[in-house]
Structures are given as structure tokens and as C-alpha cells.
Design a protein around this ligand. Structure first.
Ligand SMILES: [Zn+2]
Ligand SMILES: [Zn+2]
Length: 447
């Protein structure tokens, strides 16, 4: 990934037994050079991929590539795409894209894939992720990390496939489940279009001049450490301190992803060891000074687009669950019957105070689960905001309540979006923002 030309990226948009779409303008099929336009449905029928409309049925084999006759003036709409899968903002909408549309048949399902130049993709991703009111420096910082992350993922896919290794993400014994969620199921494309990778909605929402300027102004720039493109992660709110990569995903240390206290030195925020249980409880129950410790609506609206604004308390939060409710929830979410849950016991925490191993004990069974997202999934109908929490068991009128006191939103590794928004609004440049979160990394222009 060090060539001079801008690379292309393939993005998996949606899968299903049938996908309806509309081509605006002429699209050419790869073989035969047919021109298609208008509304079709791609269906999987008896292990064959078919494209249908009222007039005809096209049988392309197990893959079809539709190339726009002109990139700028052609687009396609995929109807009723589910976004925010399993998140609390899940909804269906029509989405429109530019570039190549590819359908792949796999395991009886049709997947729609969009292939387009990296910089076009970035304009869309950053427009989806960030509000039009964001500061230019925040947008530039985001352009560089999104580009770095993306190119690092393409490199990683190549490395894994060349090495012929199977990338394992799940380790299960009778007493312990260790699992993480990364790009494990993306074999037919580089990234998916949902929050799992980066939220991508094509040109469904209009892009802003500011985002275009931020992407073009940093064109080809990536974060590098030694000879590697940084796997530049980001999440909504670190909670005051950053987490390490290996505490969230596979056990690999990236030297540029360290514990960072998310504050300037003038704030005097103590750098205490949050892997220590007592310190973590003190940290979470306090409200230490940090860039992301803000309730400034103007700044928050830069990072939280409309449907995310449903969430307000993220720096410090609490969730209360009745004992039976919790027992049902955990059984439903993990598929394990613990019986009535009697305790949630922290066993190991990372540098941000996020739990990486939690023992769940019930009247029938006791088990350890990890890492952070596995814990968040087990304890909430969608996702708990973060795994940086401690548990208080309260007796209230003969009822047992579990109160989870937490900090931050997301995995906390790399750039803290809310912290970065505050830095951008306070006059820091995008380079200063990036070097705050990615310690000892460099910015280089690849193409
Ligand atoms: Zn993904
Ligand atoms: Zn933060």
C-alpha cells in the first residue's frame, strides 16, 4: 500500500435472500457489455444469483459487476438497508451510492458490494459520522485516522491471506469465553458499511464542503509508526483515559496505542493505575478533568449525529437492573443459563479501567467472560456504553438491584472523538490532536 496511485476500496453494504435496487443512469455488465438501468431485484434462487425486473430475468452466475458508464453522473439506490444493526438506533432506509455495484452469492445469500476510490469513500464516511458543524481541525484529524485505519485493514487482509493464517477471534472453554469482534467475517470485501467498521451511507446524505476540504486537504496522509500504517482506532468517549488495543482485540501490542490521559498537562488529572480495582472504582465514581468531560452541546453535536443525540450521559453513567431482569437478559444474550445471577465480579481491567474479564455467577453456573465488547453485549439489550464499570448490589424493599456505574462510550482505544472535538474547538491543530492520541506516530503522505 505504498504505491503512488489512490487505491480502491470494496465495501459490503447489505446481505439478504433478495435485494431490490434502482440504477440511475446506465450501468454496464462486465461480460457481454449489456446496459442496465432502472429497478431490479437481485435474488438467490436454488444456489443461483438472478437479477429480475418485470421484463426479464438475467442469470449472471455467482457474481455480477455493474460499472457506471460515468462515475459522477450515475448512482444506484439500495432499498430498505438496515443500519445500526443491533445498536439502539437500528432502522431501515434507502441508500444511494456512486461507483461500481457488485453482487456476490455466498451461502444462499446475496451481498451488495460497492467498489469506489478511497478518497470518495472517506468523504462519505466522515460526512456520515460527523456533523457539518465540526471544526476544520477535527475533520482533518478524522480524515487522517479514517484513511489510516482503512489502509491498515487492507494491508492486514493481505497479510493474513498471504500467511494463510486463520484469524481466530473466539476462545471458549468450560469456564471461560474470550471473544472479540473485529473484521473476522469480511472475506468478500475490505470493510462493511456499518458501525462495526465505519458507518458508510454513500451519497444518501449530502456531503459538506468542509468535509470535502478536510479530505482533499489531507489527501493521501496517513499515520505511520516505523514502516507500518497505524491501525488508527477511535471511539466516542474514552472516559478520561485510553485503552490498549490488546485489551479489546487480538493480543498484539501496537506501540502507538498507549494509555493516554485525555487531558492537557495543565488540567492536573492524575495518572493512576486503573488496572487496580480500587483505583478504577475511585476513577469511575469521580469526574476527573478531561477533554471528553464536557456537556457543551455545540461541541457534542459535532460528533453525535442526530440519532446519536439520543444519548447524553456518556462520560459517567449508570444503569440499574433488577436481579431477575438481569438473569433473563444475560441468559438471552449469552445463551447460557446461569440461573438467578448472584454476582458480577471484576477480574481484570485495562489501562482505561475497562473490564476485560468479568466473572458472572448464578445459582446454576459461574463463568468468566471477555473481552470488553463480549461483556457489553452480555449485559445489555444492545450494547452497554462501555465495559468501564463497577457493580453495586443494592437491596431495595426486598428486591435486589444491580447498579452498574460506568465511564465512557465505546472501546476507548486510539482517538476519543468527543475529546478530539473539544481539542479542535480549543484551537489545537489536527496534527496536535493526532499526536496526543497516537503517541510517537508520524504523518506521511502516501499518494
Ligand atoms: Zn465490518
Ligand atoms: Zn476522552
Amino acid at each position: 500500500m505504498t504505491g503512488k496511485n489512490e487505491p480502491e476500496i470494496s465495501v459490503g453494504i447489505v446481505s439478504g435472500s433478495g435485494l431490490t435496487f434502482t440504477l440511475h443512469g446506465d450501468y454496464l455488465t462486465a461480460e457481454g457489455g449489456r446496459k442496465l438501468t432502472g429497478r431490479y431485484t437481485a435474488v438467490a434462487e436454488n444456489d443461483r444469483l438472478l437479477l429480475k425486473n418485470e421484463a426479464e430475468v438475467i442469470r449472471p452466475g455467482d457474481e455480477i459487476i455493474l460499472t457506471p458508464s460515468a462515475f459522477g453522473s450515475c448512482s444506484f439506490t439500495l432499498h430498505a438497508v438496515t443500519i445500526g444493526v443491533n445498536f439502539h438506533w437500528q432502522r431501515n432506509e434507502d441508500q444511494t451510492f456512486r461507483g461500481i455495484l457488485k453482487f456476490i452469492l455466498r451461502g444462499g445469500q446475496v451481498t451488495a458490494v460497492n467498489v469506489l476510490p478511497v478518497e470518495e469513500y472517506l468523504v462519505s464516511v466522515i460526512s456520515s459520522e460527523m456533523s457539518a458543524t465540526s471544526s476544520g481541525e477535527l475533520l482533518r484529524a478524522h480524515a487522517v485516522i479514517s484513511r489510516s485505519w482503512l489502509l491498515a485493514q487492507i494491508d492486514k487482509t493481505l497479510r493474513l491471506s498471504n500467511a494463510g493464517e486463520k484469524y481466530r477471534t473466539s476462545f471458549v472453554t468450560d469456564t471461560e469465553i474470550t471473544r472479540w469482534y473485529d473484521r473476522e467475517d469480511h472475506r468478500d470485501f475490505d470493510v462493511c458499511a456499518d458501525d462495526h467498521c465505519q458507518r458508510y451511507q454513500g451519497i444518501t446524505r449530502s456531503t459538506t464542503k468542509a468535509v470535502e476540504e478536510a479530505v482533499h486537504g489531507t489527501g493521501g496522509e496517513v499515520l505511520m509508526y516505523s514502516d507500518f500504517i497505524c491501525d488508527a482506532r477511535y471511539s466516542k468517549c474514552c472516559g478520561g483515559a485510553a485503552e490498549l488495543f490488546e485489551n479489546v482485540w487480538e493480543p498484539v501490542n501496537h506501540p502507538y496505542l498507549r494509555k493516554v490521559i485525555d487531558a492537557g498537562s495543565e488540567a492536573g488529572t492524575p495518572d493512576i493505575d486503573l488496572t487496580d480495582e480500587k483505583n478504577a472504582v475511585e476513577w469511575i465514581s469521580g469526574k476527573p478533568e478531561a477533554f471528553c468531560n464536557t456537556s457543551d452541546r455545540q461541541i457534542l453535536s459535532q460528533v453525535l449525529n442526530n440519532y446519536d443525540q439520543e444519548t447524553h450521559d456518556f462520560y459517567r453513567w449508570s444503569v440499574t437492573c433488577q436481579q431477575d431482569e438481569l438473569s433473563d437478559l444475560v441468559r438471552e444474550r449469552t445463551g447460557i443459563d446461569f440461573g438467578r445471577i448472584t454476582s458480577l465480579e471484576p477480574l481484570a481491567r485495562g489501562t482505561s479501567g475497562r473490564l476485560i474479564r468479568l466473572r458472572i455467577t448464578g445459582e446454576k453456573k459461574s463463568m468468566v467472560i471477555g473481552k470488553e465488547l463480549e461483556i457489553r453485549k452480555a449485559l445489555s439489550k444492545s450494547h452497554l456504553y462501555s465495559s468501564a464499570f463497577y457493580v453495586e448490589k443494592v437491596e431495595d424493599q426486598g428486591e435486589t438491584l444491580f447498579v452498574l456505574h460506568g465511564a465512557g462510550w465505546g472501546h476507548g482505544v486510539g482517538l476519543c472523538q468527543i475529546g478530539a472535538a473539544v481539542m479542535g474547538a480549543s484551537g489545537y491543530t489536527y496534527r496536535q490532536i493526532l499526536f496526543h492520541y497516537f503517541v510517537d506516530a508520524e504523518i506521511k503522505k502516501l499518494y
